[in-house]
Design a protein around this ligand. Structure first.
Ligand SMILES: Cc1cc2nc3c(=O)[nH]c(=O)nc-3n(C[C@H](O)[C@H](O)[C@H](O)COP(=O)(O)OP(=O)(O)OC[C@H]3O[C@@H](n4cnc5c(N)ncnc54)[C@H](O)[C@@H]3O)c2cc1C
Length: 544
């Protein structure tokens, strides 16, 4: 088949890949090819925020991974959806806009990554951000990633925030401002009530550039190497695509390590056991996997203050389609996970280590089980787990999904943090502001009378909140996969730019952090940023 050649070949059109496709093609000097395994993102379900309920449960735009049986979660296999379309996971995510805590990035630097601190990342968060609230020392209003207040809020969301403050938490109107602690409505990555995925923000505006080629339905099988230089990629059932300058893996925390392993880069022994001839022994590939483990409690309510899967409310929601299409408003602009907050457990050591999401609907099994009736779901997750998992090959077939060992709760402290989170959530649920609406508990189905009851509830019901990171960690030690320039150790012409390079998971949702990393990576690739020099920031944010 015909071989095509570009300066930069980007593998994966997700959050990071879309940023790079835009920034590397911006000044016209280089030809850029973006290869995306999934279909185009031309779908009303993607544009319409409430569509998330169908996107996560469906498989058209989603690579539905499952973990191996989890030893500390009663042997359950957990569902790990990942976006598979232009925009990647940002096209199927809940749109919550959170940067994490400044302390997270300072920890990255302390872990051996000079220049990867809050001082140097903040300018890239600002460069990306287009916040409709305007510009101040914490925010920018002119970046491509639209950030908005929700246009539709439920009475459950309002009651939840009042209940959280009655329970002793502070109210917070801006989790990305002076302080992360407290409870409030989330800001979302939306523009005019529509999802602003990384594709909407970065790729579609660049789509007509002559030096940018975007190919969907193009799943990469492996890297093409000459010696220790990556010279291109091989598509499954398609041609080889050559890179004159670099191949950049942006396939996400699950697929980037898989692609390295399929190309003979990884732990030598593991590769040999599958019959793969090792090209480079890089034992950290696929290790250091981290995610936020989340516990949801669901309460059935006595009035229509939430969304519902029953027939009449569903018809009512469908009838508001014209208001969404022509008025950019109404209930279809809801992201579901409308409100939330941050707090500390007794293990926090500094800044928040618990995050809450209030979904204004009864949420069971990631939305794949939909009983009728009104209800709300209060999630809590531990933000900086100590447990580490891994990604490895299931087989040498590039179409197979990798083996995920999340290893959740393998570190006992993670369980203790989560138990405190469930206790805090129950305190909020029991406040009169929410209690007045209660019909009955939906989940748990029996009373939790003790910490050991809570522990068993966690082991039986906790799930991923979809933030896997860290599986191709940045650093300069033998287990690191990329260096501070995001170049793969020991390989020429190959970088990784996506959630997998994070040394530690951040304290919050991961889309905006991945986009900031990609913004910085673009400057590193184009030689505009030094890997170590911290950029100036106007005003510091408290690390609370
Ligand atoms: C259901 C869900 C809800 C979430 N909610 C939020 C939220 O509310 N807020 C938030 O901040 N974050 C949220 N996240 C997390 C956030 O969206 C991700 O962390 C982020 O999008 C990851 O970006 P990435 O570039 O690393 O990977 P992705 O965006 O996942 O991109 C990887 C891309 O690579 C493609 N790809 C993979 N393998 C290949 C291959 N072999 N060849 C070619 N292409 C390939 C994939 O199809 C995909 O498009 C959510 C995620 C999910 C799944």
């Amino acid at each position: 088949m015909k071989v095509e050649e570009f300066d930069y070949v980007i593998v994966g059109g997700g959050s990071a890949g879309c940023v790079l496709a835009n920034r590397l093609s911006e000044d016209g000097r280089y030809s850029v090819c973006l290869l995306e395994a999934g279909p185009s993102d031309n779908s009303l379900l993607i544009r319409m925020p409430i569509g998330i309920g169908f996107l996560v449960a469906g498989e058209k735009y989603n690579l539905p991974h499952h973990t191996e049986p989890e030893a500390h979660l009663n042997g359950r296999r957990l569902f790990w959806p990942r976006g598979k379309t232009l925009g990647g996971s940002s096209s199927i995510n809940a749109m919550v806009y959170i940067r994490g805590n400044p302390g997270d990035y300072d920890d990255w630097e302390k872990a051996g990554n000079p220049g990867w601190n809050w001082q140097s990342l903040k300018p890239y968060f600002l460069k990306a951000e287009g916040n409709e609230r305007g510009r101040d020392s914490h925010h920018n209003d002119s970046g491509p990633l639209a950030v908005s207040d929700l246009r539709w809020k439920t009475r459950a969301g309002e009651a939840f925030i009042r209940a959280a403050t009655s329970a002793g938490h502070s109210a917070n109107n801006d989790f990305n401002g002076q302080s992360q602690l407290g409870f409030g409505f989330y800001q979302v990555t939306q523009k005019n009530g529509r999802r602003c995925s990384a594709a909407a923000a970065y790729l579609h505006p660049a789509a007509t550039r002559e030096n940018l080629t975007v190919i969907t339905g193009a799943r990469v099988a492996n890297l093409v190497m000459q010696g220790n230089t990556a010279t291109g990629v091989q598509l499954i059932g398609g041609p080889e695509i050559c890179a004159r300058r670099e191949v950049i893996l942006c396939a996400g925390a699950l697929q980037s390590p898989q692609l390295l392993q399929l190309s003979g880069i990884g732990d030598e022994r593991q590769l040999k056991s599958l019959g793969i001839q090792p090209r480079l022994h890089l034992p950290g590939v696929g290790e250091n996997l981290q995610d936020h483990l989340d516990v949801t409690q669901v309460v059935r309510v006595n009035r229509p203050i939430t969304f519902s899967n029953s027939l009449w409310p569903t018809l009512k929601a469908a009838a508001s389609l014209p208001r969404f299409l022509w008025g950019n408003g109404g209930m279809l602009t809801s992201n579901g996970a409308e409100a939330g907050g941050f707090s500390r457990s007794s293990f926090a050591r500094g800044f928040a280590d618990l995050q809450f999401h209030l979904t204004s609907a009864p949420l069971f099994d990631h939305g794949r089980h939909r009983p009728g009736g009104y209800g709300y779901s209060l999630h809590v997750c531990g933000l900086r787990p100590k447990s580490r998992g891994s990604i490895s090959l299931r087989s040498t077939n590039p179409s197979d999904l990798p083996r995920i060992r999340a290893n959740f709760l393998s570190e006992p402290e993670d369980l203790q943090v989560l138990i405190e989170g469930v206790e805090q959530a129950r305190e909020i649920i029991e406040q009169p502001d929410l209690r007045q609406f209660h019909k009955h508990w939906w989940l748990p189905q029996r009373r939790l009378n003790s910490r050991s009851d809570i522990e068993e509830f966690i082991r039986e019901h906790a799930e991923s909140v979809y933030h896997p990171v860290g599986s191709c960690r940045m650093g300069d030690d033998p287990m690191a996969v990329v260096d501070g320039q995001l170049k793969v150790h020991g390989v020429e012409g190959l970088r990784i730019v996506d959630a997998s390079v994070m040394p530690n998971i951040v304290s919050g949702n991961t889309n905006a952090p991945v986009i900031a990393v990609a913004e910085r990576a673009a400057e590193l690739i184009l030689g505009r940023a030094s890997s170590a020099a911290p950029a100036a920031v106007t005003e510091e944010v408290a690390v609370d």
